[in-house]
Write a protein of this length. Structure first.
Length: 337
């Protein structure tokens, strides 16, 4: 490698490169400014740097729709975790060293927002409901208590011409499948299998549903049987609709609820109705309230049931016993099917 001269002190560094301007030296803030909030609301991507107690470092990318980093207050933000490779390199570091460095980018902007602070891993919180994307509710979030926040100048991005599409040439590199096969020759999959895995269908893995389609159907049918408006148990019709929003957090207490919606036309072929019912239940898999806006309550219905205004007056839904609804929902997810 030839001869190298190493710097060994901060004094040598300052002597070589000089001191920062007053504006650069005083730009660090301790709380989030309104401009910082605006930047976070526009940013769809950030890099998270961590370091374990023994010095091992990691930088992990995080991306979601703009505004994915939720501002909880002037000194706290939360970043949802999505499905990945399950290595958890950065998260493992946080257990031994909570210090993190974040860099938030906005496509097309050459400046960036940096936040340094102390992080914790949160497995459940009310704000998780505000982080649902395409029916996927995060199972984990990174909570960061802000120590420092400041903007970073654009020089590096300008030198790199990062957002100049004329400089882009992704085809100059081998595909991710080829790279994987070359650097990990013992990989079990063939190159063709890897190409299919990283092909167009790879996007379907970005927001996996918390419940399988089969589980969703069984839960909805069980709830419909337990509370369909009738004097006796009713077999759900084929028109039962499985809501796309059947995802969320596992209940932590018996008084937490689960809501589902379904449609069912009456035997005379009159207009179908959408019913929404809420049941107390102890369910281990992720579920959440189905977000359905109702125009008015069904005449005479108990508080836990509502419906969109139908063209005819339906009979009041028969209240389902809490235990029966819980057992029905539990049995609906049995893997025996």
């Amino acid at each position: 490698m030839g001869h190298m001269t190493e710097l060994t002190s901060e004094a040598e560094l300052l002597e070589l490169l000089g001191t920062p301007t007053r504006r650069a030296a005083t730009k660090v803030r301790r709380t989030l400014h309104e401009r910082d909030r605006e930047w976070l609301a526009a940013s769809p991507f950030c890099l998270i740097a961590t370091s374990a107690a023994d010095g091992r470092c990691d930088v992990s990318p995080k991306g979601d729709p703009p505004g994915f980093a939720r501002v909880l207050d002037d000194t706290t933000i939360a970043i949802p975790d999505r499905a990945g490779n399950k290595r958890f390199d950065g998260f493992r570091n946080i257990f031994s060293n909570p210090q993190v460095g974040l860099l938030f980018m906005v496509p097309g902007r050459d400046d960036t927002l940096r936040i340094n602070g102390r992080a914790r891993l949160i497995r459940e919180a009310a704000f998780f409901d505000d982080m649902i994307v395409r029916g996927n509710r995060p199972r984990l979030a990174l909570l960061v208590e802000v120590d420092e926040v400041f903007t970073h100048c654009a020089k590096a991005f300008l030198r790199a011409q990062l957002w100049d599409q004329q400089t882009w040439n992704p085809g100059i590199l081998a595909s991710v499948a080829c790279i994987t096969k070359d650097v990990q020759p013992d990989t079990e999959e063939t190159l063709e299998e890897l190409e299919r895995h990283y092909g167009p269908s790879y996007r379907k893995l970005l927001y996996p549903a918390s419940l399988s389609r089969g589980q969703s159907r069984r839960i909805t049918r069980a709830l419909a049987t337990a509370a369909m408006p009738s004097r006796r148990p009713v077999r759900p019709s084929p028109s039962v609709v499985v809501p796309d929003t059947l995802t969320g957090a596992p209940p932590r207490a018996p008084d937490m609820t689960f809501s589902a919606s379904w449609r069912r036309g009456d035997s005379r072929g009159r207009s179908p109705m959408t019913w929404i019912a809420t049941f107390p239940m102890a369910y281990p898999a992720p579920v959440t309230r189905a977000a359905v806006a109702c125009n008015s309550a069904v005449p005479g219905a108990p508080a836990h049931c509502a419906s969109e205004v139908p063209k005819f007056a339906p009979r009041s839904p028969r209240p389902a016993a809490d235990s029966n609804a819980s057992q029905a929902a539990w049995a609906a997810t049995s893997p025996s099917e």
